[in-house]
Design a protein around this ligand. Structure first.
Ligand code: SAH
Ligand code: CA
Length: 211
């Protein structure tokens, strides 16, 4: 997932605002105690999510794929005072840990953490979202896009993570997840309702602005 040489990656990190203390702790504990810690957004991508959210000033945020809550807290940093973030994850085993982290954050009252299948939960949501972060199972990215696009405000932003899939989008014989990401990227590129930018940040972030 790291495309850049270590020394250049380090240079980027030391010229990016530091992680707040709680996020540092979540990062450290996820790496020590949770399976697949590479899924956590991490320092630089986390500051990117925070920066975007502070620019958008969203009233409502939707996150698909909470994992240990790192990206949710980054995104919540930009919420309006009366704003709310809904974050969905299917993995109930992480529930207690994630709830503890959210309670410890300054956004406890603003985060609505739902455990379940995003495909079942999203259709029940009545909110209009100004910012959506798609970061769950890659196979279903296109389905998530279709489920959320009409719930996104005009000028609202959808971010989809890992759209370079460690460079595998260029594979001649792509596996199932890679195929799904390739289809997703194509679908976004041809959708006339949106403007999009494939940002080469970490594993690739597709930025999609609803016109
Ligand atoms: N956004 C997190 C990382 C998410 S990792 C961060 O940046 O720190 C992807 C998560 O998607 C995993 O926790 C996994 O349990 C969740 N996931 C996978 N399939 C899902 C589904 N069908 N519905 C909801 N969440 C799902
Ligand atoms: Ca991710």
């Amino acid at each position: 997932m790291d495309f850049l040489p270590d020394d250049l990656q380090h240079y980027i990190e030391i010229h990016t605002t530091d992680e707040p203390a709680l996020l540092k702790k979540i990062n450290r504990e996820t790496n020590a105690h949770v399976l697949m810690p590479r899924m956590l957004s991490g320092h630089v991508q986390g500051r990117f999510l925070s920066m975007i959210s502070k620019l958008v000033r969203p009233k409502n945020i939707l996150e698909i794929g909470t994992y240990t809550g790192y990206s949710a807290i980054c995104l919540a940093e930009g919420l309006q005072p009366d704003g709310k973030l809904i974050t969905i994850d299917i993995n109930e085993e992480l529930g207690n840990r994630v709830r503890r982290y959210f309670e410890e954050s300054e956004f406890a009252g603003k985060i609505d953490y739902r455990i379940g299948d995003a495909q079942k939960i999203i259709p029940t949501l009545k909110e209009t979202f100004d910012l959506v972060f798609i970061d769950a199972d890659k196979e279903n990215y296109s389905i998530y896009f279709d489920l959320v696009v009409d719930k996104v405000s005009s000028g609202g932003l959808i971010l989809a993570d890992n759209v370079l899939w460690s460079g595998k989008v260029l594979d001649a014989k792509p596996d199932k997840d890679t195929k799904a990401i390739i289809e997703f990227n194509k679908k976004i590129q041809s959708d006339q309702r949106v403007e999009n930018l494939l940002m080469p940040l970490r594993d690739g972030v597709m930025m999609v602005r609803h016109i």
